[in-house]
Write a protein that binds this ligand. Structure first.
Ligand SMILES: [Zn+2]
Length: 120
């Protein structure tokens, strides 16, 4: 094969590698956007459920044990998923994770803002 052909082949190969990396970076960003949208939706649902829960608590609590339990279960479910999403977003962004609670903490912070654990 001539020098020229080899150079062309190498250039094409490099272009393919760059395109692959750009695609991966875009996919990561899209994934973070999706997670942020899911987090925002969950926060709205959580607030609605807190309101529903408050209404039940203020009305005749004894008469609605099933509704009360349903709200408690939904709040726990939404809180757990939100915590998972926050960890996922932080992991994608490469933030350090708190050794105590596992949540992502901003680079350079001395203490975890969630649990107060000292970061090193
Ligand atoms: Zn923590």
């Amino acid at each position: 094969m001539s020098d020229f052909n080899e150079k062309v082949d190498r250039t094409i190969q490099k272009a393919k590698e760059y395109a692959g990396e750009a695609k991966k970076a875009t996919e990561k960003m899209i994934n973070v956007q999706k997670l942020k949208i899911e987090a925002a939706t969950l926060k709205t649902k959580l607030n609605n459920e807190y309101a529903a829960f408050g209404k039940i608590m203020f009305s005749k609590l004894d008469e609605y044990p099933q509704e009360t339990q349903k709200s408690i279960d939904l709040i726990k479910e939404y809180q757990n998923r939100l915590a998972e999403i926050e960890v996922e977003i932080g992991t994608v962004k490469g933030k350090p994770l708190c050794p105590a609670c596992g949540k992502p903490v901003e680079e350079g912070m001395s203490f975890c803002p969630y649990c107060g654990q000292q970061m090193n």
